[in-house]
Ligand binder design. Sequence first.
Ligand code: NAP
Length: 359
Amino acid sequence: MSLLTLANVNAVKEMVLEKVNLHKKKVWVVGHSGLVGSSLIRKLENDDCSILTAKRSELNLLDQSEVNKWVLFNRPDLVIVCAGKVGGIKANLDSPYEFLYENSLILINVIHASFKYNVEKLVNISSSCIYPREALNPLNEKMICSGSVEPSNEGYAYSKIIGLKMCEALAKQYNKNFLSLVSTNLYGPNDNFNLRTAHAPAALIRKFHEAKMRNDKFVDIWGSGNAIREFLHVDDFAEACLLILKNYNSVKPINIGSGNGITLKEFALEIKKIVGFKGKVNFGNNNLDGMPSKVLDTSNLKRLGWKPKLSLREGLKLYYNWYRKSIYTKNKNNLINLPIFAKKNRTQTQEKSFSGNFT
Ligand code: NAP
């Protein structure tokens, strides 16, 4: 057997060991009310499993003893960790300590309790922010921790590295099936549209929409527009995440992204077109650009047979439609009440009011 063929066989062995069947399993979606969590819930409702959730008011994820008690009482079989303090570049620059502290504690508490009470498999959702700022694109999983992260999101990035390293250590030392996936930038229903804390897709949708409604002559955008990013609709992400939950068992983290880079200028102009704003766009300087380029190498994910269903344009159109519907619902009822989750299989259930508060 040639060296190349042997390497391929080993790669496949590492990637697909055994399938996890969700049949009658209890799946705890930690952070179920957010962008990622709510999409996972929508998808999991098609599986024959029980979905466990806990509201922030019912379970303080920053408290290890509370998390231990909750896990001991509810006994999840599978855990997907998508709770976290999440925000755009300005929020990260303003509160590096809170991003480091809260995210580290959430990950330490949930991963440790899951280990202590014998959770069968845990999927930790990490972020492309963990890659070194200067790493060559596309960012391959082997480059993680090979250099310094982007300073503007250092607190967040190191907390995400802690989660990833905990999973790796538990897998190596105790043979636990705990692994991390590394997510690109996401957008979709239940995104956060608060302009102080939003990520680029939500901030751009809201800015262009409001400028269109006011007939503004221009919109100011943070950053030079030259930074390169990739974007993925959260429903495509959730499908990849569930594929990994069911089929991928490895100590090694795996990237989830579209694999297609786009400058923020091109991205903003695409949103402008979809929203139908006719005015001018003013870009700023490069102080708020963050990492120059962040495009993931998704070849490992592709080998599992996944590809996104939505093109960027299709995804953004759905996103804008959802946003308009949400505003309409808000204006009509004076509160947003989306999405209305089906109650099927929910052991602790709640309907989430809209996470973006439009302030
Ligand atoms: P999100 O919309 O802000 O949702 C975060 C979730 O975590 C919410 O359910 C929130 O509950 C919960 N949460 C936060 N702090 C909590 C605390 N102290 N106690 C209990 N619950 C808490 O975030 P997301 O965009 O879905 O992100 C999910 C995960 O994906 C995060 O780990 C993030 O780092 C990762 N990720 C996201 C992106 C992205 O583009 N969005 C990209 C890469 C990685 P409440 O509803 O009560 O606030």
